[in-house]
Design a protein around this ligand. Structure first.
Ligand code: FPP
Length: 254
């Protein structure tokens, strides 16, 4: 598939057009449906996560080719600790596998890895691997890959609120200085473009505590496709639909 500078036509159950001058700058994905994908095949849930990791690789590459500025992936929520220990451990292993296997390519492609969430509570080997990825990509600026790890949108807002309150109580900031622009500097996505497109596969119609602040004006795109079946073409069809939306931000069309 060739991506020209302006417009590309792709065959995917018909003709689909992507306007290369109107791409979302920031895409968020709630990767869901791994367990159901595995169950449908009579496999253990962890096979779904393994297949889902392959889609992570594919979708990061697709976004890189499209020159999307930020991609945010929800890998592990603050609520996912409720899962059986064996599943949590498999998810952590897959994360390490992803980093170890992809870091060189990520570095070569000038992609910066950023974490949404508190990694201090992750198992040491995961923390070390993630810290290495953060450190070795911190100067990259072609694209930001945000990985939600032990992440919750409410936690993020509370954390930012506490950090801002601390600045005020230390005398570094006045109450009247707190604008949304200033507040956003204390979120995990500080300095990044707003979330333009939020994608959730697997048929669930909810946001599950993902990027609650950032999704204020996001376009939502839901699909029944399960995450392990979420190919580059599905991503392109989400982007194509996004481009048909009229974004008014509370205003009216001209
Ligand atoms: C939700 O599916 C998926 C997750 C909780 C984990 C997502 C993780 C990965 C795709 C792999 C590791 C991540 C990276 C960034 C390498 P589910 O298990 O809730 O599916 P179900 O609703 O069908 O049970």
């Amino acid at each position: 598939m060739r991506l020209g500078p302006k417009r590309v036509l792709i065959l995917y159950g018909g003709i689909m057009s992507i306007d290369m001058s109107n791409l979302p700058k920031h895409i968020g994905i709630i990767m869901d449906g791994n367990g159901r994908w595995a169950k449908k095949r009579g496999l253990h849930r962890t096979f779904g996560h393994r297949e889902g990791t392959k889609r992570v690789i594919e979708i990061v590459e697709a976004c890189y080719k499209l020159e999307i500025k930020s991609l945010s992936l929800y890998a592990f929520s603050t609520e996912n600790w409720k899962r059986p220990e064996s599943e949590i451990s498999k998810l952590m292993d897959l994360l390490i596998y992803y980093i170890e296997n992809q870091l060189e390519k990520i570095k070569k492609n000038n992609i910066k890895i950023n974490v949404l969430g508190d990694i201090s509570q992750l198992p040491t080997k995961v923390k070390l691997s993630v810290e290495r990825a953060l450190n070795e990509t911190k100067h990259n600026d072609k694209m930001i890959l945000n990985i939600g790890l032990n992440y919750g949108g409410r936690d993020e807002i509370l954390r930012a609120t506490k950090l801002v309150a601390e600045e005020v109580s230390n005398g570094n900031m006045k109450l009247e200085d707190i604008t949304s622009d200033i507040f956003e500097n204390y979120l995990y996505t500080s300095g990044q473009d707003e979330l333009d497109l939020l994608i959730r596969p697997s048929g669930e119609l909810r946001v599950s505590n993902f990027m609650l602040y950032q999704l204020a004006y996001s376009e939502f795109w839901f699909s029944d496709v399960l995450w392990p079946d979420f190919t580059e073409e599905v991503l392109l069809s989400a982007i194509s639909d996004f481009q048909k939306r009229s974004r008014r931000y509370g205003g009216i069309d001209e």
